[in-house]
Design a binder for this molecule. Structure first.
Ligand code: IPD
Length: 269
C-alpha cells in the first residue's frame, strides 16, 4: 500500500479542521473550570477528564475518515493500522498543567507519520485562535499565512525554551538549562512543548531543547519547524515514536552552536 501525496493533502485538511474543533471543546471546558476534576498520572504529571474526552473525540473522527490508519494518543487511545498506512500521533491537550491550573497556554497537537517522516502537523491554540499547520514539502502556515523560523544566528541574542519533565531527572534538566544560560541565551519554560515548537517555526522563539520528549508532544511541531526552514534533530531516528527521545529544534543559523551547547546524551543530529 503506498500513500499518495494527495492523500496527505486530505489528511492535512482533516487534521487542521479537527484541531480547531477539538480546540473549541477544550476551550469551552477550560472556561468552565467547575466542569472537570484535576488529577495526576504521576508526580507533577497532570491529567484532567478533558484530556481523555478530547482524545476520544479526535480518535473517533480520524478512525471514521481513515479506517486503515494507526493511532497513538497521549491518553492511551491506540490502534495498529494496516501495514504501510500512516500513524496519527495526537496530544489532545499539550500544556495540561497550564490547562489544569487555569493558565491559558495549551494546544491540540495532531500529526500523521509515515516511515519515520512527519507528513502532516497541526497545532491549534484555541485561546488565541491560532492554527499552525505544515505538510512535508508544502510549507508551514499560521492561520493560512506562511511562517519562517528566525534569522538569529548567535545564542547571545537568542531566546530558547528548555523543556522540563519528571522523566529525565533534576540533574539532567539543570545541566541543560545551565549550559544554555551560560551560552548567553534568554531561557523560558512555558509548559507546552508543542506550542514552543510552533513558536520556533514562527520565529517567536529561536530554539527548543529537551532531554526527553514524547512523540505526541513534538511530532506536529517537528513538521512545522522543518517546513518553516528551521532545524530539528533526527527525533525519529531510533524509537522516538514509541519511546520518546531528546530534541533540539532551532533557527537554521543556531544549528551547530545549539547542538554543541545543549550536549544532550543520545541526541541524533
Ligand atoms: C508536557 C509538555 C511540556 C514538555 C513535557 C511534556 P503535557 O506535555 O509538553 O512542555 O516539556 O515533556 O510531557 O503533559 O502537557 O501533555
Amino acid at each position: 500500500m503506498s500513500v499518495e501525496a494527495s492523500a496527505f493533502a486530505h489528511r492535512m485538511f482533516v487534521a487542521a479542521a479537527l484541531a480547531r474543533e477539538a480546540g473549541q471543546i477544550a476551550k469551552r471546558r477550560f472556561l468552565d473550570r467547575s466542569s472537570f476534576t484535576v488529577g495526576f498520572k504521576g508526580p507533577q504529571d497532570y491529567l484532567t477528564e478533558v484530556d481523555g474526552e478530547v482524545e476520544r473525540f479526535i480518535a473517533t473522527r480520524l478512525h471514521a475518515a481513515f479506517p486503515d490508519d494507526g493511532f497513538i494518543g497521549e491518553e492511551g487511545e491506540g490502534r495498529v493500522g494496516k501495514t504501510g498506512a500512516p500513524i496519527w500521533v495526537v496530544d489532545p491537550i499539550d500544556g495540561t498543567s497550564n490547562f489544569a491550573r487555569g493558565a491559558p497556554h495549551f494546544c491540540i497537537s495532531i500529526a500523521a507519520v509515515l516511515d519515520r517522516q512527519v507528513e502532516v502537523g497541526a497545532i491549534y491554540d484555541p485561546m488565541v485562535d491560532e492554527l499552525f499547520a505544515a505538510r512535508r514539502g508544502g510549507g508551514a502556515t499560521l492561520n493560512g499565512v506562511a511562517i519562517r523560523a528566525s534569522t538569529v544566528a548567535d545564542l547571545k541574542t537568542a531566546g530558547v525554551e528548555v523543556g522540563w519533565n519528571m522523566r529525565s531527572g533534576a540533574d539532567a534538566f539543570l545541566g541543560l538549562m545551565g549550559r544554555v544560560v551560560h551560552a548567553g541565551a534568554a531561557v523560558t519554560r512555558s509548559g507546552s512543548g508543542a506550542l514552543a515548537l510552533a513558536y520556533v517555526a514562527s520565529g517567536r522563539r529561536d530554539g527548543y531543547v529537551e532531554n526527553h520528549i514524547n512523540a505526541w508532544d513534538c511530532s506536529a511541531g517537528i513538521a512545522l519547524v522543518r517546513e518553516a526552514g528551521g532545524y530539528v534533530s533526527d527525533y525519529m531516528a531510533g524509537d522516538g515514536l514509541r519511546r520518546g527521545a531528546p530534541i533540539v529544534a532551532c533557527a537554521p543559523g543556531l544549528r551547530d552552536s545549539l547542538i554543541a551547547v545543549a550536549a544532550i546524551p543520545g541526541l541524533a543530529p
